[in-house]
Design a protein around this ligand. Sequence first.
Ligand code: SF4
Ligand code: SF4
Ligand code: SF4
Length: 362
Amino acid sequence: MSFWRNQLAGPTNPAIDAAWEDPQPRKGFFTDTSICIGCKACEVACKEWNGVPEDGLDLLGQSYDNTGALGASTWRHVAFVEQTSDRIEQARESGRRLVELGMPTVRTADETLPSATTRSDAAAPGPSDQGIPDVRWLMASDVCKHCTHAACLDVCPTGALFRTEFSTVVVQDDVCNGCGYCVAACPFGVIERRSGHEGHESSGQSHGISIKGGAGSERSHQNPPSYAASNGEVKNVGIAQKCTLCYDRLGDGQTPACAKACPTTSIKFGDLDDMRATASERVGQLHDLGYTEARLYGADENDGVGGTGSVFLLLDEPEVYGLPPDPRVTTADLPDMFRKAGYAGLAMLGMAAAAFAGRRHP
Ligand code: SF4
Ligand code: SF4
Ligand code: SF4
């Protein structure tokens, strides 16, 4: 039973579920926002490699953020959040409560964190060990989560979205019909249809990713050419777009462009199991230093999307960064919906039977 439940929401191996004959170790990101300096090299490298159009260079009046959110032409978004000491104190307090509640980690039994009781001992480090600054900037590079249970992929009627052998989620530009179902389904608001003036794609050229076989066989992952014609027209207008976790680079054993460009190693890339272990170790390290506001996002395989392929270390509540606190894939609610529909059907049958049984004959 738990196998079938995990097909809808729990922990599972997405590449095996997608029937890849040669599934590869699941790949993913660990974005450690505690060492992000907001340089945006990741945004630029992503645009350059993937041919993603420019989407506005105006500052939004919200610190140094000029893109605001992820979208069809922003596959990496660096958030800038300014905070004063009051908010920082609240973040440390809420992080400490998470530890006391047994914050989900992926540590093995022999690597367990000191218990909450130990942490609150006088000898244990606490928020007071790290002075609260008057002001700080939180900087975080957001990206598609490559969910274990990807709502975008579940609802796509054309098969444009597919699960790769690395368990990532990729859109095939030339299969997407622009219906937009995936846009409404994504619990993170990641995927979006591209707007703009249609460009050279209308000529029938396709620069999407094409697959000729599984791992080890010949591939034709292409690096798409520059996004815009000299007249500023844009490719893939009306087509759903998002991060591919650089599927073409993965196919050649390379690191995704954003992780390669990040000068501080805030974006780490590798086997997802290693990423989760690194993330868990890092959050423990920060807690031991007294930064109790550090917490993981996406590392819990029992959350509403079965865990994500992009794991984050945050320094405040997810909402502060524009992330949903409890993302949930639609299929997670299917068993409950079917159960309720079944009860309703049985109740109606019962009422109908009672009506016939109680009918008086003249
Ligand atoms: S974050 Fe959204 S777009 Fe990315 S895989 Fe999950 S559901 Fe799909
Ligand atoms: S917009 Fe494209 S990728 Fe999204 S659900 Fe429709 S066909 Fe699939
Ligand atoms: S490249 Fe690295 S340090 Fe620079 S904004 Fe992106 S994640 Fe932060």
